[in-house]
Write a protein that binds this ligand. Structure first.
Ligand code: SAH
Ligand code: SF4
Length: 360
């Protein structure tokens, strides 16, 4: 069955070498194939220095292209949002979205880990979508590779960074509810024969699944972002329902255990909802929760979407809130939202949503 075939986006050099050796092909060809793969070229037909016969064998023996680009939207700020269709396995025909965010000195790909999400945070657009399933590691990494391919084919304006220097697991889904796919994808991202990204350049955002955060710390202590959004249980139970299972005191202890390298910190994400979690007492509650030595607070403006029942706090109020946190010794920043004109910002990803500004 096709889903049992090895996936080109994540196959290791060792495995590919062994596979082609069993076909009588010399080892150096495996390196060549992975060089193409790591640049985002997944179709063996495009691997120019590979003999025809090997290209055909690769096509029939591996899942080479687990994603098909269906739509790309470009924001006026350079952000690109991609809609991909899964081409094989259980989720064949389902859609996922990824976003590329270029900045002067970095290029970040925001990737999805699931189709939909079971966790139902009431302010999140993805949470309103039915949960369909977990992505495989190949499907997760293929998002990064497809973005690389697109940037090769169609570079950005010269002043923007057109490479992939950072990866964030902040797209559709709860990454730690897909441990198998996500752990494997992390080892592929950091593989010296793969994308060779330092774990300092990878950030995983989670709504706070405590045992899974502990396991992540053991297998791949990448940067951690926690969707906090409230610092008292009553309010967090409503905004981030997984809090009922893993309340703040358990999360607190878990974050204190998470292994951090030098000069690294945990980010506490806090989406600011007018009149809900932006009250004066929320400053006090946050100050009581944050571990000043290890954590920063990132205030996120609420990105609205059709049918949403929340209103975001005003820019001015967010800045004021940040100032008050800072006066209490908390390192707080206000996140600039990117790609809003194409609904590519946090919590707006929902496959199948064909917003305006359509391209290609
Ligand atoms: N499921 C994971 C990762 C994906 S969501 C998580 O919840 O952390 C990435 C971030 O966007 C999370 O902090 C999430 O809470 C936030 N988010 C969700 N909906 C949002 C919205 N409408 N506006 C702003 N941020 C939102
Ligand atoms: Fe799922 Fe994260 Fe959205 Fe909550 S915020 S519904 S955990 S994707």
């Amino acid at each position: 069955m096709q889903q049992n075939l090895p996936q080109l986006p994540v196959i290791t050099l060792e495995k590919l070498t062994a596979l082609i050796a069993s076909w009588g092909v010399p080892n150096y060809r495996a390196k060549q194939v992975l060089q193409w793969r790591n640049r985002g070229i997944l179709n063996p037909a495009d691997m120019l220095n590979i003999p025809e016969e090997l290209r055909e064998r690769l096509s029939s023996s591996l899942v080479c292209e687990p994603l098909k680009l269906v739509q790309r939207q470009c924001s006026s700020d350079g952000t690109r949002k991609y809609l991909f269709m899964l081409t094989s396995g259980r989720l064949k025909g389902k859609m996922v979205e990824s976003v590329y965010i270029p900045e002067e000195k970095r290029g970040t790909v925001c990737i999805s880990s699931q189709v939909g999400c079971v966790l139902d945070c009431p302010f999140c657009h993805t949470g309103t979508q039915d949960f369909e399933g977990n992505l495989s590691s190949g499907e997760i990494i293929a998002q990064v590779l497809a973005v690389k391919h697109d940037l090769l084919k169609e570079p950005l304006a010269a002043e923007l960074n057109a490479s992939v220097t950072h990866v964030v697991y902040m797209g559709m889904g709860e990454p730690l509810a897909n441990e198998e796919g996500v752990h494997e994808s992390l080892s592929s991202l950091t593989d010296p024969d793969g994308l060779k990204l330092s774990k300092r350049r990878i950030t995983l955002s989670t709504s706070g699944l405590v045992p899974q955060i502990d396991r992540l710390g053991e297998v791949a202590s990448v940067n951690l972002a926690i969707s906090l959004h409230a610092a008292e249980n009553r309010l967090r139970d409503a905004l981030v329902p997984i809090n009922r299972k893993y309340p703040l005191q358990e999360l607190r202890q878990c974050l204190n255990r998470y292994s951090l390298g030098k000069q690294r910190h945990i980010t506490l994400e806090y989406v600011m909802l007018d009149g809900i979690n932006d009250r004066p007492e929320d400053v006090e509650l946050l100050a009581g929760f944050v571990n000043l030595d290890r954590e920063r607070v990132n205030l996120i403006s609420f990105n609205t979407y059709p049918g949403s029942s929340y209103t975001g706090s005003s820019k001015q109020h967010m800045n004021e809130f940040a100032k008050q946190l800072i006066s209490k010794g908390i390192r707080a920043t206000v996140r600039r939202s990117r790609g809003q004109d194409i609904m590519a910002a946090c919590g707006q990803l929902k496959a199948g949503n064909r917003a305006e500004n359509r391209e290609s």
